[in-house]
Ligand binder design. Structure first.
Ligand code: PLP
Length: 832
């Protein structure tokens, strides 16, 4: 069935000796990299120590990396490709050390350099190639797939500039470019030999081939090269190293040359720049589309490069190129609609380049594409104008039209005469500007469509995708998100990890359900364990307090309740509700109502999309409230408020372990899953949250008595919409009235009058989609319950332990096993 031509054997049978991992060998390699490779010596800036150490560690991944590839490329091995415009990776060094079990030896090796591993590791810039939850999910999936030995390759874009750096000036967000590659990236390996050519523009034409068949080709295109850069993804202590392949855009040589010969040198260089713009910058919009042409270019660039690469890899081992076997060996998981042009692109490659007929190509495509939906928010549903497709991807538009025509025939056969349904289900939205609905294309082209938490998946089939569910109920499924326990517990919270290891052993790191064994230790007789649990939390809070002092100049007392909301700033996430509570606490202090008081440090962090005016105003409001509260002697230690700038993966690694209270307060029905909620729970924080996304599953896992639930449910939000009158709620609630009065009288913006009017106006609008004031009373009451619980530290500790102990379900190991069981059907490492 499969043969290797002698010149294409993928791996030469050369044995590679594993490198020595003892402290002495690591120390001497480190020294060699520092001095002989980087040309730096003891006493140099720490960033060079980081680079030398990263190279030293990368060397030690090479043998397993090569062997893992060889395993995955064995003929007949089914592989999954995770396609995502975002991978929010963060730092790699300390995570790799944990997974490779090299921490102790590296610490010893660094001993002579008068520096700590923490100091060296903190020199690594975050790989911030994502906006928030969706991108971080992709990174957690990569870790879990490697740790489970699943043959999964990640495909993404190697943005030159990742998520912008956020600074706060006079309370306002400012954005700075994040040139994360400035000092080089020691983790990546450029593989120009696997570059792919990507077409744009031009036109499509018919021609007759040598056998007389009518075919279509895409001609007069402006081509761009896609160059792959590979990053190793080390599994947890299992000798698996998977690959994250990120594409960089580069100009081809020839069209430069043509213009060069015409004497237009600068034009030629400009063309090169245009090509390279494609992978220049990550679009900083979370949960909303922006419709820019360059963004569509990025999407097609990723889809085409990745599909061509997968085909190249497969053809190398399938000499007969018998495409009837292709679908059995491939699944492409599309992370949201961003890469879903892949449906049409795979059709184009199979038909135009591999000369399959439509039916054969469709059979393959619709058997290996799978789509994950991440949001119900209408502003996030991608639609591309048809005219943009005509200009940029004319051949793809033809294919989409044909897919749609055949699909609408199915619809009209199932529902004859139901033209309204045909209009609703058409991949092309008619109107003043005709648009391609990317989610519809994904659904029609995929065999699996999943949401990311139980409620979200239910709402998908009930509302947004209901027509499609009626047609193809078997395609729809749920895969509740998770987070990797290696990064988010074992590595981020080494104090707690050590305590857990001493108590129940360390199998939990690869089997998080084992944390259940902690449940008996929540009982009061284990007072020494409770004491140790509190001491770990206190140490983590001291560490965070130092960061808050350094970054915000605010004094957090580690003995206060650390009440934390960090996530992208978005109206649906309702940072406003949080700040209304802060203002309420402040008003209470001023009114002398300090019964049932718990001293609190409220920390809020997150980035606003640069063009999202309301989100930016919310940041300003938080900062202004913080200024007033923190400098009021009457308030003192009762309340501190800080906005932590530049929230990112590496800051979450310090924040989650130090949280007492996790704020998950989105309007019900709006947060698809949330994953920040899971990181906090794993680290022993209690959640105050709405009945939304994965909060519901967290509540079920830990029990209602260990969760502070409040607010309207999704159906109640819907039912209230038609008769929502927030000003009446204000009238009937004296506390809310005080808060709104402080806001509207300019108490927090005396030197900048009027700047919060849009916020006040939106809160009081009957059209407020987020219904913030509807949940105010319920939230305030739940926060009062938090304060009461906090006063009983023994009770709080018990609840904290139970949260960690119940968090096993929220490991991405579980999520990936479910994807594999229901969608991918790959063989795990041991089965191969
Ligand atoms: C986990 C994480 C998120 C997602 O947080 P949510 O609360 O689920 O929105 C966003 N950004 C970073 C840096 C994260 O680590």
């Amino acid at each position: 069935m499969t043969t290797h031509p002698s010149n294409q054997i993928p791996f030469l049978p050369v044995e590679l000796d594993p490198l020595n991992n003892d402290a002495e060998a690591i120390g001497s390699d480190f020294q060699r990299y520092l001095s002989y490779h980087l040309g730096r010596f003891q006493g140099c800036p720490s960033v060079y120590l980081y680079n030398a150490l990263a190279y030293t560690i990368r060397d030690r991944l090479m043998v397993d990396w090569r062997n893992t590839w060889a395993e995955h490329l064995k003929p007949g091995t089914r592989r999954a490709y995770y396609m995502s415009l975002e991978f929010l990776i963060g730092r790699s060094l300390s995570n790799n050390l944990l997974n490779m079990e090299l921490n102790a030896n590296v610490k010893t090796a660094l001993y002579n350099y008068c520096t700590s591993l923490e100091e060296v590791a903190s020199e690594e810039p975050d790989a911030g190639l994502g906006n928030g939850g969706l991108g971080r999910l992709a990174a957690c999936f990569m870790d879990s797939c490697a740790s489970l030995g699943l043959p999964v390759v990640g495909y993404g874009i190697r943005y030159e500039y990742g998520m912008f750096r956020q600074r706060i000036e006079n309370g306002y967000q400012t954005e700075e470019p994040d040139h994360w590659l400035r000092d080089g990236n020691p983790w990546e390996i450029e593989r120009s030999e696997y570059s792919q050519r990507i077409k744009f523009g031009g036109r499509s034409e018919s021609y007759r081939d040598a056998e007389g068949n009518t075919r279509t080709r895409w001609v007069d295109t402006e081509d761009v090269l896609a160059i792959p850069f590979d990053m190793p993804i080390a599994g947890y202590r299992n000798k698996t190293v998977n690959t994250l392949r990120l594409w960089k855009a580069s100009a081809t040589d020839e069209f430069n040359l043509q213009e060069f010969n015409e004497g237009d040198y600068t034009e030629a260089v400009q063309a090169k720049n245009n090509a390279e713009h494609i992978s220049m910058v990550l679009y900083p919009n979370d949960s909303s589309e922006n419709g820019k042409e360059l963004r569509l270019r990025q999407q097609y660039f990723l889809a085409s490069a990745s599909l061509q690469d997968a085909i190249r890899i497969w053809e190398r081992d399938h000499i007969e190129h018998d495409y009837s076997e292709f679908a059995a060996e491939h699944v492409f998981q599309m992370n949201d609609t961003h890469p879903t042009i892949a449906v049409a692109e795979l059709m184009r490659l199979l038909i135009d380049e591999k000369h399959l007929n439509w039916e054969q190509a469709w059979e393959i495509t619709s058997q290996c594409m799978a789509y994950t939906n991440h949001t119900l928010l209408p502003e996030a549903l991608e639609r591309w104008p048809v005219h943009l497709f005509e200009k940029l991807l004319p051949r793809l538009l033809e294919i989409i039209y044909e897919i749609n025509a055949r699909f609408l025939r199915i619809v009209s056969m199932r529902w004859p005469g139901d033209t309204d349904r045909q209009r609703r289900m058409s991949i092309i939205e008619e109107g003043a500007v005709r648009q391609v609905r990317m989610a519809w294309l994904a659904i029609v082209g995929s065999f699996s469509i999943n949401g990311v938490a139980a409620l979200h998946s239910e709402l998908l089939v009930k509302d947004l995708f209901h027509d499609f569910y009626e047609l193809w109920p078997e395609k729809f499924n749920n895969k509740t998100n998770g987070v990797t326990p290696r990064r988010w517990l074992a590595n981020a919270n080494q104090g707690l990890a050590t305590l857990i290891n001493q108590t129940i052993g360390q199998t939990w790191v690869a089997q998080l359900e084992q944390l259940e064994q902690l449940k008996p230790f929540a009982e009061p007789q284990h007072s020494a364990f409770h004491q140790a649990w509190r001491e770990v939390k206190l140490a983590n809070k001291q560490r965070l307090a130092q960061l808050v002092k350094a970054e915000c100049g605010v004094d957090f007392d580690p003995h206060s309740l650390f009440d934390i909301q960090v996530k992208r700033i978005h109206e649906y996430k309702r940072q406003l509700l949080n700040i209304l509570h802060v203002i309420h606490l402040y008003a209470r202090i001023k009114q002398g109502r300090v019964d049932n008081w718990a001293n609190r440090c409220v920390l809020i962090g997150g980035k606003a999309a640069p063009g999202y005016f309301m989100a930016k105003s919310i940041i300003k409001l938080i900062n202004n409230v913080a200024d007033l509260v923190n400098n009021d002697p009457e308030v003192g230690q009762r309340l501190k408020v800080a906005f932590i700038p530049n929230y990112r993966v590496s800051s979450m690694e310090l924040i989650a372990p130090a949280a007492d209270l996790s704020e998950q307060i989105s309007t019900a029905g709006k947060e698809a899953s949330g994953t920040g909620n899971m990181k906090f729970m794993m680290n022993g924080a209690l959640t105050i949250g709405t009945y939304d996304g994965a909060n519901i599953e967290i509540l079920e896992a830990v029990g209602a008595e260990n969760f502070f639930l409040f607010g309207l449910r999704e159906q109640e939000v819907k039912d209230l919409r038609s008769h929502y009158r927030p000003w009446e709620i204000v009238d009937q609630d004296a506390d809310l009235k005080s808060v709104m009065q402080l806001l509207s009288c300019g108490h927090f913006n005396s030197v900048e009058p009027g700047i919060f009017d849009p916020i006040i106006h939106s809160l009081l609008s009957s059209n407020d989609p987020w219904m913030t004031l509807a949940d105010f009373r319920s939230y305030i009451d739940a926060q009062e319950q938090v304060a009461i619980a906090w006063q009983d530290q023994e009770r709080w500790t018990r609840m904290s332990i139970l949260n960690t102990a119940s968090s096993g379900f929220f490991s991405t190991d579980r999520t990936m096993l479910e994807y594999n069981r229901d969608i991918w059907k790959l063989k795990c490492g041991e089965e191969n």
